[in-house]
Structure formats: structure tokens, C-alpha cells
Write a protein of this length. Sequence first.
Length: 546
Amino acid sequence: MDEETPDLHGAAPRLTEPQLAKIAGHAEHRPTRAGEILYREGDCNYDFHVVADGTVAIFAGYGTDDERLFAVQGPGRFLGELSLITGQTAFFTAVVQQPGEVLVLPADRLRQLVANDSELGDIVLRAYLIRRELAIGFGAGFRIVGSRHSPDTRRLRDLAARNHLPHRFVDLENDPAAEALVAELGVPPEETPIVIWGDRVLRNPSNAEVATIVGLRHATAAPEIDLIVVGAGPAGLAAAVYGASEGLTTVVVDGVAAGGQAATSSRIENYLGFPSGISGAELAERAVIQAEKFGAELTVSAEAAALDVSGGRYIVTLDDGTAVSTRAVLIATGARYRKLDVARLAEFEGTSVYYAATQMEAELCAGEPVAIVGGGNSAGQGAVFLSRHAVQVHLLIRAPDLGKNMSRYLVDQIERNPLITIWRSTEVRELEGEAGELTSLVVENNATGERSALECRALLVFIGAEPHTGWLGDRVALDAKGFVLTGADAANGGEANGDDPTPLLLETSLPGVFAAGDVRFGSVKRVASAVGDGAMAVRMVHERLP
């Protein structure tokens, strides 16, 4: 066990002598002894360690019946993973095998180092990104134990997947050991699913409870906030990067996960700078790292509930009652998925009906026929991605022309793919199945009225979204559909702008409150446009703040 793990994936680079010397000048030099624990799973704000001498073993489930060795690191290699940058809890336990010495830096000093030294920062960040992927594949982190048919199980798995958290799902339906474990813990069926993290067992926890124990949700540490960004989609993350990098004390809150709707895209191929494409989840994760590197603070499963004005400042109240005071607000809450108007939809949601095409949905659909409803890019991307996992993909569009709302490159890929069947001028009329498991759809051609039955085990819906603006009340001017009016539209549609009747381009009817991305009336529904909105909004915040 004392031998180093070979670096087969680029996750364990060995630092050069000059790089080690640079760290050594700022670090504590600490001798180690065999068996010493440097940090444990679940630890918050653990330190950055570089092995100067000896070896350190990295375990998942250390000290439990589920203990597994992940890696052994030797001299010149550094410990930790992405949670050190993002402020999440440790997902592994580090145990000294061969005694020696480690160089120790507090996490905040590491973030400064990453921000100020691009060469060293790139090495650390690249290794940490790879380690996070390996940790997820390894099944490190917390366990979700529940039935795959349970909507609450689906909710927790979605939280973990959307936030790219190391975890393992244990299905009560096909794992006798899981049933025995739940019985041993004295958990009745109505209190499942459970989340197990270290010595903690959470019974059917809320998203906020899970987010808190893994370090996604925390009280803001900033005493004076210049800008609160509500929503961590592409627009919100761009604003976080530019706001924090330009000296604004920036806090970002989101009710679900970083990345917004874009994070559910399996591959974005038309975003500038990524010629071979990038998944929405990876783009979001990199943006989060970038924002936090500059000092932005991100908290997840913290949904905005109200916007008020008090003493010349804005107050954003979160769903747990926390009130955050700030000088400026950026509304980047995006939009929520539209649902099909069809009977029995709620019966199958969470078990057979989905609103994203991520790796989790791919695993659930593996080897089964699936149907996708929608004619936009998200539906097209989902169809191409799922065709690599499902036995057959039925793509249902209301229009007669696939190219009406979909990019040409996607249309070409879909039309060439033998595993994708396109159903034009087609709408879903009925869902069929039992016990929450979909077996087939009844679809109708809206031009001829002809009905057909399609065998499918999963239905993915991509039919657009509605703006998430209910929390704003009547504080800012909205259009008839609920989108936020900005600029000249806000001047014409609202009367709240007081002594300054001319809002800036992305400013709402309240001075100092801005909107960016899909939530804004007239926005272009593309990732690049949302990113541009977020960056431009920060420039306008500077103009508005004294």
C-alpha cells in the first residue's frame, strides 16, 4: 500500500523543485507520523497539503465496512480535490502511510496562490478537475439509499448530479444489503430515501439539508455586499466572474445548482472556443471555479423568495428566511421547464418523465426505447446524446420542419443517425404505464389526426420554459408573460425608477437592479448571449453604484 499510485489520468502531477520552493516559502512545514489523519471525509475548510517526504494514502469510507483505497501520493505530489477550491467538504480521508513531512497551506491561501500564479494554478486546477471526475466514478462521497421509483430519490440524485458531487446511489429495489441496512438503522419505508455521510443519517432530507452537509449552502461571510446575483446559470456565473474580478464583493445564490438550464445540456457545440464541444455541466463547473478563484461566494439550494428596499439598499430574502443586504442586484433566475398538458404526467415525473439529458438520465435509459419532445437545440442535443445509450430514440416535434427552431448542424446529425426516428407534426396525447413506470405513449399527427402507440420507458420534455420571476412580486416591471423588462422597455413599462427615468440597457424599473439572460424580455436564448448579458450587467452596476 505504501507504493505510489501511477498517474494514469493526469490527476497526480509531481511538482518541480522551483514550484515546491514557491509553496514552501508560504507554507507550514509539518512532520508526519504513520497512521496520522491529515483530514477526514466531511471536514470543512481542510488544508492544502503537499507531500515533501513519505507517502499518504487517500481513502473513501475510511474506518467503515465500506473502506476503499483511492490513491497513494508520494513526494512532490499534492493532496485534496476540487472541494478545496469550491469550499465544499472533503470527500476523502488522507492517512499518512510512510512518515515524513508535508507542506501545509490554509484553503484561502491556496485560492490566492491559484489566482496569482497562473502556471501553478493551472496545474492544481487541472488535477482537481480530473480528480473530481475520478471521485464520481469511484463512488466516493455520500450515499443515497432509496427506491429508483421514488420521486424523492430522483430529487436527491438530481441534486447530486447537477452539482457534480461525488456520491453513490444504492437501489433498495435490487440490493438486499441496502434493505438490511435500512432495517438495521430502524428507518421505516415512508422515511426513505436516506442520505448517509460519515456518521450522519438523514431521513428523506430536503435539498437544503444535503447542500448544507456537503458545503454547498452556507451563511454569507461577506459583511458588506456590493452585488448579489440571483441565479447561477451562464448569465449569473459570468456576472460573478466579472464582478469579483473587478473588485465588487459578489454573492451568488441559486435554488438548485450552478449552470441553470445550460448545465442539463449533454454537449454544447456552438459555444465560442470549444470546437469539439463541452458539456453544460463542465462549462458550469469551470465557471464556478473561475468565479470563486476571484473571490465570489456561491451558495446553492438557497432560493430567493422576495426582493425589498430598505434604507437605500436592496434586501433579498431567501427561502429559509435569511435576509441579504446589498447595494445592487442582478436577476439571473432564468426560466423553468414547461410541462406537457397531458393526463397522468405527475404520476410519471421523477421516475419516467425527465427535463434534462445528463449522464444520470442516460444511465436510467440505457438499453431502453425513449421519446424526446421538442424541436429546439436542447431536444436535438439530448436526442444525439441518448442515442449512444438508448436502444431507440423517438424525437417528436409539433412542426413539420425539424430545422424551424434547431441549428443546422444538429439537424444534420439527427437525420444521419439511424437510432433516431423523427416524428414530425406530432404531439403526445396519452401516457401509459403502471406504478410510476412508463411503458408507452399515444401520439397524434396534428395534421392528419392519426394516432399511434410508441413503446418507450422514458419521456424527456424540452418544450421551452417560463420565466422564474414569481419571487419579485410587483417590485419590478414585467411583461405579460412574466419576463423582466429592462432598458427602454422598463422605462415604458414601469414607474418605479424615481428621479432617473432612463434605465440603463439591462437595468430594470428599479435603479441598481439589473436583469440578464433568459429571464430578461427580448433576450436571445443562447449560452453565449447569456454570458454576454452577465458581463455587460457588471459594467452597468459600476455605472450605477456611487
